[in-house]
Design a protein around this ligand. Structure first.
Ligand code: MG
Ligand code: MG
Length: 269
């Protein structure tokens, strides 16, 4: 069942999305060679609590930490550990928080120091595919329109679209209806309506789309051990159009990156 939100609820959700957006912005300055993912996890937990929110993943389905930390060939759901990040790694950080009863759920793949050009391109294309998908999240379109747009764009670049993990409706629950696959057929699936709120989150592999699950029950890795990237935004349909609730602005401010990629999806006052 799709739970549509009122305008007021969407504003409450914007605050939850901003909690996780600020948290990733804080982490952007801390991601560097020599730092462990467990250290970053503790920083994030503290920072989320300072904002009057609680970590959204901690204990959810028994997940043991605040952040999902998935380096290099790990796709998603990696568990933070004491191993230091190395120059040239990438690290996908997925962050959830609950504030005022609503979830924010936001992810970004960071470069650790300098990374090679091939991996940089994977990050850039995956992030672009997120906006290609967001553009299709509008009243009257269907779930398959978003999936088709992301898949078509991604596969043109020769990358693999993960099938087993998908985006989702978001609200008082982390995972609401509908499921939002990053693949699909135009015009197929549930229809989008005013007040829907979802997490759109392409997970893109440099090589094969196939994945394997680790024995820890959580970590998911590409089958060919090539790198994988993950970017996630929270989006609402307002006045029929996609409007971003989360933002990468805090990350870009921390890293000194200029970007206008979010402009067409911002709230207009
Ligand atoms: Mg997430
Ligand atoms: Mg999500």
């Amino acid at each position: 069942m799709i739970v549509v939100k009122t305008k007021e609820e969407i504003e409450i959700m914007r605050e939850s999305a901003l909690v996780v957006s600020r948290t990733l912005g804080m982490l952007a300055k801390e991601v560097k060679p020599g730092v462990s993912t467990l250290f970053l996890d503790k920083l994030a937990e503290e920072f989320i609590r300072e904002q009057g929110a609680i970590p959204g993943f901690l204990g959810l389905y028994d997940f043991p930490n605040t952040l999902c930390m998935s380096p290099n060939s790990q796709v998603v759901h990696g568990i933070p550990n004491k191993e230091p990040l190395k120059e040239g790694d990438i690290i996908s950080i997925d962050c959830g928080a609950i504030k005022n009863g609503f979830y924010g759920d936001h992810a970004y793949t960071f470069a650790v120091g300098e990374i090679d050009a091939e991996t940089q391109k994977l990050l850039e294309i995956t992030k672009q595919s997120l906006y290609v998908g967001i553009k299709e999240f509008k009243a009257g379109n269907r779930v398959g329109d978003v999936g088709f747009a992301i898949q078509n764009f991604t596969e043109k670049h020769g990358y693999g679209v993960v099938r087993e993990l998908v985006g989702h409706g978001l609200g008082r629950k982390m995972h609401e209806d509908p499921e939002m696959p990053n693949y699909g057929k135009k015009g197929v699936g549930k229809k989008f309506i005013e007040g829907m709120t979802v997490a759109i989150e392409p997970m893109t592999n440099m090589g094969t789309h196939r994945i394997k699950q680790h024995k820890d029950g959580w970590t998911i890795t590409t089958l060919d051990n090539k790198p994988s990237a993950h970017f996630e935004h929270n989006v609402a349909i307002v006045n029929g159009k996609p409007q971003l609730l989360s933002t990468f602005d805090f990350i870009y401010a921390a890293l000194g990156i200029a970007s206008n990629e979010e402009d067409e999806f911002r709230k207009k006052d």
